[in-house]
Design a protein around this ligand. Sequence first.
Ligand code: TYD
Length: 133
Amino acid sequence: MKPQIINLPKILDKRGNLSFFEYPNQLPFDIARTYWIYDVPGGEVRGSHAFKEQQEFIVALSGSFDVVLHDGEKEERFCLNRSYHGLYIPKMYWRTLENFSTNSLALIVSDKKYEKNDYIRDFEQFKNLKSAL
Ligand code: TYD
């Protein structure tokens, strides 16, 4: 499955709306870990790495930010600004989060527990590994 925006259910209610995701209906993987990024100062950039094995799904629960994905050859930018849109990111994509709006909140779920050896933090190394796939 390629990187893509997945539309999440939106239960409209005059008391307030509700959205959700669950495996396997909206998410292509079972969740092993959840974390979130918040209080990002203006102009800051998060990420700038790839994962050897881990897949992720990112939702802008509040505010907006861009996720820039690089497949080793070309870049694709996804603007997340709705709490009922999620971005699926397969393993082995270089990913950067930027353009955070004030008070934005990025929810990230992953199919793996935190494993620092799963990170690729050198872009040239990433390109070499990717082209060898
Ligand atoms: P990192 O993944 O590098 O942040 P980002 O990609 O958003 O810039 O993580 C930052 C720090 O937080 C790093 O020292 C590892 C730690 N961390 C955990 O301990 N557990 C986690 O699940 C995550 C995502 C990070």
